[in-house]
Design a protein around this ligand. Structure first.
Ligand code: SF4
Ligand code: SF4
Length: 498
């Protein structure tokens, strides 16, 4: 079925100098030059509105606009729903999407407001007074203990030390490009935080960033071997992902080429399919075995993270994980991004990170096991204020991925699964990969994190709080607006005015 395209290319012919930059820049082959008519033409049906041509057009002759040609209005069957039905009726296939759930479901971060000190409890000026943004992730002792000779026992379980409570979340080499990985690794190293290999293994060039690398072990076990485990600062067992809870991963054979295949330890051109479950984990006891196998393999030097998607009974699941021997729980909300996920799963499975985080923190506190684990939350953490709200709701640190991609140039066109990312991030095509310069990519990530670090300090200073540790789980610093009693109860915060 042929539809009028979703986007229209608007070219101002009086500005267009026929330089053909747009033609060269568009991996979707939307633009071409008609030599006879001496004009640039477009096939708008292929445009994904990635804005590459708009950004690089030297005379600002281009604009991409949403088409106003719609099917007849219907509040029940939206244009998109109808088109998806047509598409499936033609192909018989599962619809695929990328990046996070774009639907207008509540964003709780935007309905939570942060406190500020006035009169009786003075704020702190972060420019003049020290503020501690460092965090240490891992098990903490319940009590101070002494050794036999009376000295303090300062022995701690392995900790992941971060200069600020933000890390780059898992994105595998294969789903993102070599240059994107290089940008993340370099930035994490310069910032004193961590990035995450995702399930694609660790390219040999990046072993040197090991101190700032979280190495992931997913159900497919791609690229997992002893040196890989030992190279990282922490090991993450991926049980689930916010964008696609309950299903595995799939890197098509077309992307499993060259170094991507080598790093994953699979034959070139073969589909890299990670199964939905880990075939050796069907209970918390099984999970415990893997946690301890990984600790054993790395001589108990590294903290082990268990990453799960935020789902309905997340608090009970987290309680089990906290008892499994894991050092850190990572919870990924339903808005978390992905390189590719079935659209129906991405848009309908899982729950938002905010209530999931609040429920997990409360449950672990109620059970007296909060210090058994640190909590890292992700799944649409978009700004420094989201980070501060997450810490006050109970997180020790946050994971960001979509925001990191945006810093590297992503325009959220949500076409990562096509492998034709015009910004050089979610692609393996050499001509596209080289569009992302790792020097620039890493510097932009560093700039973003420096800006957030400063804003986090300002927000904390405004509350009269001078360390992340003092903010963690401090829900008195939060108020809700426009939330129901039930939502406030789950978030554990009072309404504005209370
Ligand atoms: S896909 Fe991107 S580069 Fe191509 S026409 Fe659309 S906005 Fe321009
Ligand atoms: S990473 Fe690339 S393909 Fe994916 S949303 Fe961003 S710009 Fe689009």
């Amino acid at each position: 079925m042929n539809f009028y395209p979703e986007f229209e290319v608007v070219r101002n012919d009086s500005r267009c100098i026929r330089c053909r930059v747009c033609e060269r820049q568009c991996a979707n082959e939307v633009h071409w030059y008609d030599a006879d008519g001496k004009v640039m033409l477009s096939d708008e049906s292929k445009c994904v509105n990635c804005q590459r041509c708009v950004t690089l057009c030297p005379t600002r002759a281009l604009k991409i606009v949403k088409s106003d040609c719609r099917l007849r209005e219907n509040a029940n069957y939206s244009d998109q729903t109808i088109k998806e039905i047509y598409r499936q009726a033609e192909t018989g296939g599962v619809l695929l999407s990328s990046m996070g759930n774009p639907n207008p479901l509540p964003v709780y971060w935007d309905k939570i407001l942060i406190n500020a000190s006035q009169v009786t409890n003075p704020p702190i000026d972060p420019l003049r007074e020290p503020m501690e943004t460092r965090v240490f992730l891992g098990k903490k002792p319940e009590h101070i203990t002494r050794n036999a000779d009376g000295t303090l026992n300062t022995q701690l379980a392995p900790q992941l030390t971060l200069s600020m409570p933000v890390m780059f979340s898992a994105m595998s080499y294969g789903s993102i490009s070599y240059n994107a990985h290089a940008s993340l690794a370099r930035a994490a190293s310069a910032l004193g935080i961590c990035y995450n290999t995702g399930e694609g293994g660790l390219h040999e060039d990046f072993y040197k960033y090991g101190k700032n690398t979280i190495v992931q072990v997913a159900s497919g076990r791609f690229g997992v071997h002893k040196d890989y485990l030992e190279a990282g600062a922490a090991i993450e067992i991926k049980m689930g992902q916010g964008a696609k809870p309950g299903i595995g991963g799939h890197l098509p054979g077309t992307k499993a080429v060259g170094d991507v295949a080598k790093t994953r330890m699979i034959p070139e051109g073969s589909d890299a399919i990670s199964p939905a479950p880990h075939h050796d984990i069907y209970s918390i006891e099984d999970l415990r075995q893997l946690v301890y196998s990984l600790k054993e393999a790395t001589e108990y030097r590294l903290p082990v993270i268990v990453k799960v998607a935020a789902v309905h009974n997340i608090a009970a699941i987290a309680s089990g994980i906290a008892r499994s021997g894991a050092d850190i729980i990572a919870i990924d909300g339903f808005r978390g991004g992905t390189g590719a996920a079935p659209t129906r799963i991405r848009d309908n499975d899982g729950i938002p990170i905010e209530p999931a985080l609040a429920a997990v923190d409360k449950r672990l506190r109620d059970e007296g096991i909060r210090n058994n684990v640190s909590i890292v939350c992700g799944g649409s953490v978009r700004s420094a204020s989201d980070v501060v709200k997450a810490i006050a709701l109970g997180a020790d640190a946050c994971y960001i991925a979509t925001a990191a991609c945006l810093a590297m140039g992503c325009h959220l066109c949500r076409s990562c699964h096509t492998g034709k990312c015009n910004w050089g991030i979610a692609t393996q095509r050499p001509d596209l990969v080289k569009r992302l310069n790792p020097d620039i990519g890493s510097q932009r990530l560093i700039n973003l994190m420096d800006a957030w670090r400063h804003e986090i300090k300002e927000l904390m200073g405004g509350m009269g709080i001078n360390s992340i540790e003092a903010l963690r789980g401090n829900r008195l610093m939060l108020r809700g607006v426009g939330l129901t009693e039930k939502e406030l109860e789950i978030l554990g915060i009072a309404h504005a005015g209370e």
